[in-house]
Write a protein that binds this ligand. Structure first.
Ligand SMILES: C[S@@+](CC[C@H](N)C(=O)[O-])C[C@H]1O[C@@H](n2cnc3c(N)ncnc32)[C@H](O)[C@@H]1O
Length: 303
């Protein structure tokens, strides 16, 4: 890598991308923070240096790169490989629901399949347009902010226990000029939301079980552990959430929660609860819907 940095030979955008693809494949870096392959990873980093939009035209492939641009791209490739830092932490920018978000290591990198639900405006789970929405465990605020775009008349609360995460969420709210409709609240679960009710509570909480946590690739070590770990079976947080959510849902309220691989443990823990597991176009799993009515009917299961 040092030779590569000292003596950049590549001259075009395409050649630099081919080089990145080869280097990333050889180094066997892990993808899972916005891209799924070495070529896209190289595009992500190079686009940042050239300040290109994500949908930049392919005609740019033949463009020459200056020596400064080549050095800047190669420096990012090097850090990506040697330090295993996910690309969005290197660029400070991630994309969710087609929207840009500022990120750094105080928040996880947005990647929830819930994006697809937001795109589809939670059809058919929200009979009526939700007026009050809570993004519980908001991290960067990506889900709540995307909801505010999807439901233009809604008021949104984004909450997180971490003041560091909330400062990033606040930054994103300001960058999207949504201060009048999106409010960031520090809260351990619902503790800071007493007396409030919501038509839609959506949450991508910590849900990684102890075994998965121990086996996660190096890239995940750059993300806050508070955002990932949730006890032996990954359900410490979700158990609390299921006990308390009812009180914070309005009439006809809906709860949407991501639990990833921990869905198996959740089914086992609450066999009588009719979790509705959603299907996603990319094949993701582990997101359930429960209505207020269902939570109420099964409230005793959660204690
Ligand atoms: C998996 S991240 C999700 C972030 C964001 N929703 C997203 O999809 O990118 C989980 C978030 O839950 C927060 N968190 C952890 N424990 C919490 C708690 N007890 N109450 C509220 N938030 C908590 C973490 O700080 C972290 O930002």
């Amino acid at each position: 890598m040092t030779d590569l940095l000292d003596n950049p030979e590549t001259t075009t955008v395409e050649a630099m991308l081919v080089r990145g693809e080869k280097l990333f494949n050889e180094a066997q870096i892990y993808f899972g923070h916005g891209t799924t392959n070495a070529w896209d990873e190289a595009v992500y980093l190079l686009s940042h240096v050239l300040d290109l939009p994500p949908d930049a035209d392919r005609s740019l492939l033949g463009h020459p790169l200056s020596a400064t641009q080549q050095s800047a791209v190669l420096a990012l490739y090097k850090r990506r490989i040697e330090e295993r830092i996910p690309a969005p932490y290197l660029t400070g920018r991630a994309w969710f629901c087609g929207l840009p978000f500022t990120v750094d290591q105080r928040v996880i990198i947005p990647r929830s399949p819930i994006a697809e639900l937001v795109f589809n405006r939670f059809y058919p789970w929200c009979d009526q347009e939700p007026q009050r929405i809570l993004d519980l465990c908001c991290g960067s605020g990506c889900i709540g902010i995307a909801c505010a775009y999807a439901f233009e008349a809604s008021d949104v609360v984004v909450s997180d226990i971490s003041p560091e995460a909330l400062s990033i969420a606040q930054l994103n709210i300001a960058e999207h000029e949504l201060d009048s409709r999106v409010r960031a609240v520090q809260s351990d679960l619902f503790a800071g939301l007493a007396g409030e009710t919501f038509d839609l509570i959506v949450s991508n909480p910590p849900y990684v079980d102890a075994r998965d946590l121990a086996e996660m690739p190096d890239e995940y070590q750059h993300e806050p552990e508070l955002a990932l770990a949730s006890g032996d079976d990954g359900l410490d947080f979700t158990r609390r959430l299921l006990r308390e959510a009812l009180e914070y849902l309005g009439e006809a309220g809906v709860l949407v929660v991501e639990v990833g691989n921990s869905w198996v443990a959740l089914e086992k823990a609450f066999p009588k609860v009719p979790f509705l597991w959603l299907e996603f176009s990319e094949g993701d799993a582990g997101v359930f819907v429960l209505t207020k009515e269902q939570l109420s009917e099964h409230r005793e299961s959660f204690f």
